[in-house]
Ligand binder design. Sequence first.
Ligand SMILES: Cc1cc2nc3c(=O)[nH]c(=O)nc-3n(C[C@H](O)[C@H](O)[C@H](O)COP(=O)(O)O)c2cc1C
Length: 232
Amino acid sequence: MIRVVAINSSPKMDNGNTSLILNPFLEGMKETGAEIELFYTKNLKINPCQGDFSCSLKNPGICFQKDDMQMLHPKLFEADIWVFASPLYISGFNGPMKVLIDRILTPVGEPYIGVKDGRCHHPIRENIKRGKLVLVSSCGYWEIENFDLLIAHMKEFSFHSEWEFVGALLRPHAPALKPMIRSGAPIYDIFEAAKKAGHQLIMDGKMSSETLSIVSRELLPMKEWVRGNTAN
Ligand SMILES: Cc1cc2nc3c(=O)[nH]c(=O)nc-3n(C[C@H](O)[C@H](O)[C@H](O)COP(=O)(O)O)c2cc1C
């Protein structure tokens, strides 16, 4: 059984735009028999990393902070797939997701710095599980390039975590989704594609670029989106 840990960091949780993509994606994985655990950062108490490296140097693997990371950290490293779902804030992860991500690697990394592919990193300890990483995000601006920094950040996280980044479900001009659903616009292919990506990931170990491009497809021309969002 493939185990998935998904984290949604939208403060709007299931009422947000990110969940419109995340939830059918998880549903698709569930339908193929994967075990899904979904967490909302809003319901968790996760403090920022305090930066003392005691989880690496003094008590390897153990963070001195007693908060919900004590529960989440072991779950992450028992899972086969991690899904990080964050709204795009100032071109990156939102704060709660960044705080969570900062807490993941140091307790499982070696204290020394090694070189991999010509680059410095703290190798992840041998006995620590590796798996696959997926990014889900939604943003307000129209063009898909708004996600470029976020994707670059995920690739860096993949390099340092030694978990394979297998792709992203990205939804630009996402605030257009709900009004379009309400008006009966034909956009259900987007949610079907998110679900299909979930099927593909579990059944084939990867998601097709064709399916992912439907998730991100244009909902309306940029000019119309800009006009509709301009005050007066
Ligand atoms: C503080 C803040 C910063 C944001 N920064 C960006 C941004 O840099 N680029 C962008 O396209 N959208 C930005 N947005 C819009 C959100 O990414 C967008 O509305 C997203 O769909 C919200 O997801 P949610 O409903 O799941 O929370 C920002 C929103 C907020 C509140």
